[in-house]
Design a binder for this molecule. Structure first.
Ligand code: MN3
Length: 199
């Protein structure tokens, strides 16, 4: 199966003024497309891997006997594809606020404001390229659902590799904000809350 660039459910200018049109266009049509092209190119060599779920494929790479450089290419570009696909989905018009998630966040972090503070701080403090995540840990015995946790991961790593379920993600690569915000990552993070549609 060839991976394809997912269509956005909103236009490139829909997240203005917080995320500018040009950044959205380059980010989606160039950066995300680039990861997909690289991923497809390397997977062409391994038709037997074609039907495997991408998350599983990447998770199993350490045990695979394929070429080391190809492992790295699949991990990085496949992670780039998965993370961006998820990132596009959680942004847009704020009409799908998840009341259940909001209650959980309040219970876990004290308040929505405190949650935003911790998440923003984690994102701002991340060194270099990567992603900030809100995840759900596996449920412990006796619990119906797992606890929420915030952390950041480098490059295009993703929570599935740790057995965690992603709930929210923020792209911290400079390509995600540099055109509009240059070195002001904290300002990008602060403004991003306006286009997150979950809360
Ligand atoms: Mn990106």
């Amino acid at each position: 199966m060839k991976y394809e660039l997912p269509k956005l459910s909103y236009s490139y200018d829909a997240l203005e003024p917080y995320i500018d049109t040009k950044t959205m266009e380059i980010h989606h049509a160039k950066h995300h497309q680039f990861y997909i092209d690289k991923l497809n190119a390397v997977l062409e060599k391994y038709p037997d891997l074609a039907d495997k779920k991408l998350e599983e494929l990447i998770k199993d790479l350490p045990n695979s006997t394929i070429d080391e450089a190809d492992k790295k290419a699949i991990h990085n570009n496949g992670g780039g594809h998965l993370n961006h696909s998820f990132f596009w989905q959680i942004m847009g018009a704020k009409k799908e606020v998840d009341g259940f998630l909001l209650e959980e966040i309040k219970a876990a972090f004290g308040s929505q404001e405190e949650f935003k503070k911790i998440f923003s701080h984690t994102a701002a403090a991340h060194f270099g390229s990567g992603w900030a995540w809100l995840v759900r840990l596996p449920a412990q015995a006796g619990d119906e659902i797992g606890k929420l946790q915030i952390y950041s991961l480098p490059n295009h790593d993703f929570p599935y590799l740790r057995g965690h379920q992603p709930i929210m993600v923020l792209d911290l690569w400079e390509h995600a904000y540099y055109l509009k915000y240059q070195n002001r990552r904290a300002e990008y993070i602060e403004n991003w809350w306006n286009v997150l549609k979950l809360l």
